[in-house]
Design a binder for this molecule. Structure first.
Ligand SMILES: C[S@@+](CC[C@H](N)C(=O)[O-])C[C@H]1O[C@@H](n2cnc3c(N)ncnc32)[C@H](O)[C@@H]1O
Length: 388
């Protein structure tokens, strides 16, 4: 008899990057789940393992989908070992498998999270070898079974990390170019800007194309998880290949076959365009994006208005702020002179530079990009919108 029932809903914690929770919550609710709890980097729902498969395929702003195996009071490493060793790991991890443990520890007695990793790993290996007569392998490689421990104060939670490597790694970005945006962040920025694929999207300064590629995935309703072939849950004993194939078929059915309104991506640097094109090809959306090598101000605009969104350098990691000032002023000119009737969006991490745009901001949405506070600045571009 098995103790681990895959048809039972378990508390499931879905994590994301700081400030992306509202977008993740929206996606999870749209997928039909009740959000039971949330904090600044995760939402919690009840889910079966099969639900986690569906969510791995469809969520655009999630990083990890963690299916809770056990929670307990944990005052010491001894308690961690005892509770972990009482879990039926032999029902989850085959004796010839490879697994990786990672911990997030905030408890006064432990300074180094390597130690709880080791205690949990030992408990798992000891339990399986006592029952199966063989020890699974373990190490840092997150491409097979991944187990996560959260230990806060005297409470601990152990999860099956159903995806393994973070879901932001969709697998299409073979050529990153300079300062690329994380895929989950790009998706959240587009969702924040109200992009749903019903109107054209123009992305000058496209770099490696992340915004344009995520836009093409949104516009065609394609599940980003279909781009990935490997997930942690597949390596467990609980894996149901039939259910997984059904989930993939269902996700494919949800995608729209009719081409979306135009998506145009441009950059002045031919190497950026080459990277963007290659990445779009890997993502299977190259034919949906028109690529142009030009200065941003020369980007062709379709007749029907939509969203023009750009992520200019902002001087933290690339370029000098002084040399960027005229570029930001020219973004304002471009919006004013060529984009009347469009919605403008500028994603930047430099407030002083953004003032150079010189147009009235209609909405500011805060984000974090690799520890830098950023904003999506939105502009409703009417004739004569130059203002404060
Ligand atoms: C911060 S990167 C954009 C990164 C992009 N969001 C991504 O995910 O890869 C800024 C891009 O602006 C481009 N750029 C800089 N000056 C430009 C100009 N005057 N016209 C067009 N593109 C320009 C650079 O070549 C670079 O690729």
């Amino acid at each position: 008899m098995t103790i681990l029932d895959t048809d039972k809903k378990r508390l499931t914690r879905i994590t994301t990057s700081p400030l992306l929770t509202p977008f993740l919550r929206g996606e999870v609710a749209e997928a039909g789940y009740d959000v039971q709890d949330e904090d600044h980097v995760s939402v919690q729902i009840g889910a079966r393992l099969g639900d986690c498969m569906d969510l791995n395929l469809r969520l655009r702003t999630a990083l990890h989908i963690l299916w809770m195996l056990k929670r307990f009071r944990c005052p010491s490493p001894k308690a961690l070992y005892r509770h972990a060793a009482s879990f039926p790991w032999e029902e989850l991890i085959p004796p010839d498998a490879y697994f990786s443990v990672s911990s997030n520890v905030d408890t006064p007695t432990i300074r180094n999270s390597m130690y709880p990793n080791l205690v949990l790993k030992d408990a798992i290996v000891d339990r399986i070898s006592a029952r199966a007569g063989r020890r699974p392998d373990s190490g840092p490689d997150r491409s097979r079974i991944v187990i996560n421990l959260f230990w806060k104060g005297d409470r601990a939670w152990i999860y099956l990390n159903t995806n393994g490597r973070r879901l932001a790694d969709r697998g299409y970005r073979k050529m990153p170019h300079q300062a690329p945006m994380q895929e989950t962040l790009a998706a959240a920025v587009l969702i924040a800007a109200g992009y749903d694929g019903s109107a054209p999207l123009v992305n000058p300064m496209c770099g490696s194309g992340t915004l344009a590629i995520e836009a093409a995935l949104i516009a065609t309703g394609r599940a980003p998880g279909l781009l990935r072939a490997n997930y942690s849950f597949m390596h467990t004993k609980l894996h149901d290949e039939e259910r997984w194939q059904a989930a993939r078929r269902e996700a494919r059915k949800q995608s729209r076959s009719q081409p979306p309104p135009p998506i145009i991506a441009s950059d002045i640097d031919p190497r950026a365009l080459e990277a963007a094109r290659r990445n779009a090809r890997t993502a299977g959306v190259e034919q949906l994006i028109q690529f142009e090598q030009c200065d941003f101000a020369q980007t062709p605009l379709p007749g029907e208005p939509g969203l023009v969104i750009m992520n200019p350098e902002y001087g933290e990691r690339l370029g000098e702020i002084k040399t960027l000032e005229p570029i930001y002023a020219r973004i304002g000119d471009f919006f004013k002179q060529r984009c009347a009737g469009w919605k403008g969006g500028v994603f930047t991490g430099n407030r002083e530079l953004s003032k150079r745009i010189g147009l009235r901001v209609s909405r500011r949405v805060p984000f974090m990009n690799a520890h830098i506070e950023c904003r999506l600045l939105e502009y409703e571009l009417y004739e004569g919108s130059r203002g404060d």
